[in-house]
Design a protein around this ligand. Structure first.
Ligand code: ACO
Length: 327
């Protein structure tokens, strides 16, 4: 039986750190408001030379280095992003060129903040179907370019960055065991409900008269839906794998807001020490939050081989989903 094992991980952020105090110089906000409502203390903001492709390529190169995989051996690049460098072609194609993965096919996935779970699911199905061996699954965003920097209710929430996993096809019973050992991506569960389309969106259209807009959000509706949907999909993922909460080593949720993550963990009954938080330093980097958080926690040797991870996200659409991963 083929499984999608995590063979490498990487992350990349712009170097510029913007604090809440920095924002309060131009906005009617304060460090105490932002920290108490969201848990966000700082975020990274892209410089002119940074792009979704350049951040994604750096994260991908780190993942390939960690997995000792040459660019030529990459079969597919799946990029989750809601801030592509251009409406066309895909930013994944640009990353392919930057990292020199000449044999790979490459495309973008747009499911906003749930994008990484969607991309992971697609990669896992390609691998389990036997179509590919080495897949880069990337989440990369330059959210700062779709923010209204005069709107204090949205611009304080987001940041820029990227994370990547290298997934590798492995026969899980290739060591002669009687039963296959469950490793890698155990399951993914995806959902959408377009009735919530206007709760969280970027206005404008990708046309020459109105090339792009800015992010608009109904914060309270997003908060309520986030808690409900992330709890629902997480419970479904656990039940699907016949896992109890005790079997989970780490809960890695989309890092939108610490209060949302705390509420979801509490509703699920996951203790604080099993919840990984990076939103304090990097804010909400949309599709990049889960892969960058995985990479940071693995680099810090908090996530270790053999650990069982519950992932969960929600994003504009609404889209949402969960996954269970054995690292
Ligand atoms: N600084 C100071 N005051 C602010 C700020 C700010 N940055 N932003 C809003 N306020 C003010 C509002 O103007 C309002 O003032 P008023 O009462 O005079 O009108 C007051 O604070 C309360 O506003 P609310 O929107 O009711 O504040 P709330 O307590 O709901 O917190 C927040 C807002 C943090 C956005 C919350 O609704 C939330 O966390 N929502 C989830 C949104 C989220 O995380 N989105 C991320 C993208 S979605 C995703 O990734 C899944």
């Amino acid at each position: 039986m083929l499984s999608s094992l995590v063979a490498g991980y990487g992350h990349a952020f712009p170097s510029r750190i913007v604090t809440n105090d920095d924002l309060s110089k131009t906005l009617d906000t304060s460090d105490s408001w932002v920290t108490s409502r969201t848990g966000i203390v700082t975020r990274r903001i892209a410089a002119k030379e940074d792009s979704t492709a350049s951040l994604g390529a750096r994260a991908a190169e780190n993942a390939m280095a960690a997995g000792q995989c040459a660019a030529n051996d990459i079969d597919a690049i799946i990029l989750a992003t809601t801030t592509p460098d251009h409406p066309m072609p895909s930013t994944a194609a640009k990353i392919q060129s930057m990292i020199g993965a000449r044999k790979a096919f490459a495309f973008d996935v747009q499911a906003v903040c749930s994008g990484f779970i969607y991309a992971l699911s697609i990669a896992d199905h390609f691998i389990k179907g036997g179509a590919v061996k080495n897949v880069l699954v990337i989440g990369a965003e330059v959210m700062s370019k779709v923010l209204d920097w005069t709107d204090r209710s949205t611009c304080v929430l987001f940041g820029d960055g990227a994370g990547a996993l290298l997934l590798q096809a492995k026969e899980t019973s290739d060591r002669g065991e009687a039963l296959p050992i469950a490793r890698g991506v155990l399951s993914t569960h995806l959902f959408s409900d377009g009735n919530f389309y206007d709760m969280l969106y970027v206005d404008g259209q990708a046309t020459s008269s109105n090339p792009c807009g800015v992010l608009k959000m109904n914060g309270r509706a997003v908060f309520a839906a986030a808690v409900e949907k992330m709890v629902e999909s997480s419970e479904l993922a656990l039940a699907h794998n016949q896992l109890q909460l005790n079997d989970i080593d780490w809960f890695v949720a989309h890092q939108a807001n610490k209060r949302i993550i705390d509420a979801v963990a509490e509703r699920l009954g996951i203790p604080e020490e099993k919840v990984i938080i990076t939103v304090d330093k990097y804010a909400n980097t949309s599709a990049a939050t889960i892969p960058s958080t995985l990479s940071i926690a693995a680099s810090e040797r908090r996530i270790l081989p053999g650990h069982t991870l519950l992932l969960s996200a929600i994003g504009g659409g609404f889209t949402w989903g969960a996954a269970v991963l054995k690292w």
